[in-house]
Design a protein around this ligand. Structure first.
Ligand code: C2E
Ligand code: CA
Ligand code: CA
Ligand code: CA
Length: 279
């Protein structure tokens, strides 16, 4: 399989059998990793365009493999989803974010927010009632305002009543809902209103080719205007250079995220980064 962003690119001509065997081996290793909790979180800064300050960070999971080092989620999230392991991984991510939150709030401000990814598949499985558990935990610990759940368009497309209910539980706990990878799916704009989305993340496919007078810029501007009319704030992901930053700022984008600011960082380096930025 072609690895997304990893260092394990293989030629495309490997036989199907070899691919199946490799996936089987990887799955066995992933099961062990889940048991042993061999994961870590990298936090990527999200910057407020008005102040230039980091006000949020996205929690991105990594698999700490004993031989291969850090494995990126592109290589194992789909596998985990297909074999019923995503719930446990996601549970670990949530618990780790809860352990990290006190330090984050202390160093970066009481209102600092962490975004957690939740795939549509795991949402539907509602692993061990995890959605209600998370919402209850956040509400009881008064930390709902410190968490944002990133969902994707496919969640809104099916099981809308169930999804509405779960999202309502989060909303009551003060958790914000962000629609990830916006513009890449098939969602109807009506969903944005119906599901009371708080934030919308413009997918990096649009940001990648941003140029003055480009159709990508027109699309970004349109998404920002439309979002704002619906009372939704906008994040652009995958911002890699100063020109993209300038164009998105001029278009009225609220938050920016991408390598131009910082790659995802371990907790302590994130805090250092913020100190350096705000100095
Ligand atoms: P995503 O939610 O779209 O996350 C953004 C991805 O873009 C991250 O990849 C991040 O490292 C990468 N990125 C950030 N800035 C830039 C940039 O300027 N340029 C480019 N080219 N890429 C950038 P990562 O960490 O490999 O994660 C990949 C995907 O895995 C995520 O995409 C998300 O869908 C999924 N994922 C990560 N953590 C979790 C998790 O805890 N649970 C679930 N369900 N999915 C997760
Ligand atoms: Ca995300
Ligand atoms: Ca995204
Ligand atoms: Ca994306």
């Amino acid at each position: 399989a072609k690895a997304a962003g990893g260092n394990t690119h293989r030629p495309y001509d490997v036989s199907l059998l070899e691919r199946i065997q490799r996936e089987k081996a990887l799955l066995a290793e992933l099961r062990r990793a889940v048991e042993q909790r061999d994961f870590s979180i990298a936090y990527q800064p999200i910057v407020d365009t008005r102040t230039g300050r980091m006000v949020k960070a996205e929690a991105l999971v990594r698999w700490l493999h004993s031989e291969r080092g850090e494995i990126q989620p592109g290589e194992f999230i789909a596998l985990a989803e297909n074999h019923g392991l995503i719930g446990e991984i996601s549970e670990w991510v949530f618990q780790q974010v809860m352990r990290d939150l006190p330090l984050l709030r202390q160093c970066l401000g009481e209102d600092f927010q962490v975004s957690i990814n939740k795939s549509a598949r795991q949402f539907r499985q509602n692993y061990a009632g995890s959605n209600t558990d998370w919402a209850r935990h956040l509400s009881q610990s008064h930390q709902g305002g410190n968490v944002c759940i990133e969902i994707t368009e496919s969640l809104l497309m099916d099981a809308s009543e169930e999804a509405q209910l779960i999202l309502g539980t989060y909303r009551e706990a003060g958790v914000e809902i962000s629609l990830d990878d916006f513009g890449t799916g098939y969602s109807s704009l009506a969903y944005l209103k119906e599901f009371q989305i708080d934030l919308l993340k413009i997918d990096r496919a649009f940001v990648r080719n941003l140029q003055p007078d480009s159709s990508e810029l027109a699309l970004c501007e349109a998404m920002i205007v439309m979002g704002h009319k619906l009372g939704i704030r906008i994040i652009a992901e995958g911002v890699e250079n100063a020109m993209q930053q300038r164009l998105l700022c001029e278009a009225g984008c609220d938050y920016l995220q991408g390598y131009h600011f910082s790659a995802p960082l371990p907790l302590h380096r994130l805090i250092e980064w913020a100190r350096h930025q705000n100095a």
